[in-house]
Write a protein that binds this ligand. Structure first.
Ligand SMILES: O=C(O)c1cc(=O)[nH]c(=O)n1[C@@H]1O[C@H](COP(=O)(O)O)[C@@H](O)[C@H]1O
Length: 240
């Protein structure tokens, strides 16, 4: 899969302007997050598709009681997106409810169900934050591994984690379990991401996909930045 571009923009004008820079033959996977979705609603999906034939990862990170999550997931299942997210910290029953809701919503709309990825520990979470602020004992890596096992038991297609944790997750999950990795920094930058890797490191560690936002969206030349990341991630520019 090509690098997933996180379209973390406030307006559809910003998001479509980025997509319009790419050749229409470039296969793109984009992530729509809370900012773009809350600001523009479900209509954003069709508007983006009209500019570029993108695959869509709708990342709304559901986290609530199982009943509420199931009903919200039902609505997401009707949207025709390929991937979506819920927090693994919501627990086994909540993730199962999310999967049920997605399947039911998609069935009603006559669409394939979106794949559910469980968020493990956010890539902005450090070891000291986990232990001191959140009062969760143990290592971040062990927590990620534990949450990945719960996600698999709940029937999720995969997880979101730092690429640093891929080997530990692989040790407890089936080979087809997806590991999608944000916190990608081609060059070191001081920002909110803590557990970062380069695209090449994510590839070497065996991630299935990388999610990249600011290194592309805030680049002077976003297409050149994307191409460079593709070369490191795929070994070559993805044209086909
Ligand atoms: O669920 C995510 O996509 C996600 C999980 C996580 O642990 N860390 C993380 O950064 N993300 C998302 O990945 C994107 C990373 O963006 P940049 O930090 O700008 O590359 C953002 O849209 C985040 O919401």
């Amino acid at each position: 899969m090509p690098p997933i571009i996180a379209l973390d923009y406030p307006t559809l004008t910003d998001a479509t302007a980025l997509l319009a820079r790419f050749a229409s033959s470039t296969p793109l996977v984009v992530k729509i997050g809370m900012e773009l979705y809350y600001g523009n609603g479900p209509a954003a999906l069709a508007r983006l598709q009209a500019v570029h034939p993108v695959q869509i990862f709708l990342d709304l990170k559901l986290h609530d009681i199982p009943h509420t999550v199931e009903r919200a997931a039902f609505q997401l299942g009707r949207l025709g997106v390929q991937l979506t997210t819920a927090h693994a910290a919501g627990g086994l029953a909540m993730l199962q409810a999310a999967n049920r809701g997605l399947a039911a919503g998609a069935a009603e709309a006559g669409l394939p169900a979106p794949k559910l990825l469980a968020i493990t520990q956010l890539t902005s979470t450090s070891q000291s934050m986990l232990n001191t602020q959140l009062q969760i004992p143990g290592s971040v890596a062990a927590s990620v591994q534990h949450l990945a096992a719960i996600a698999q038991a709940a029937g999720c297609a995969g997880v979101v984690a730092s690429a640093r944790e891929v080997p530990l997750i692989r040790a407890v999950t089936k080979p087809e379990f997806l590991i999608v990795t944000p916190g990608i920094r081609p060059t070191p930058v001081a920002d909110d991401q803590v557990r970062v890797t380069t695209p090449a490191q994510a590839k070497a560690l065996g991630a299935n996909a990388i999610v990249v936002g600011r290194p592309i969206t805030q680049a002077v030349d976003p297409v050149a930045a994307y191409d460079e990341i593709c070369r490191a991630w795929l070994g070559e520019k993805e044209d086909s």
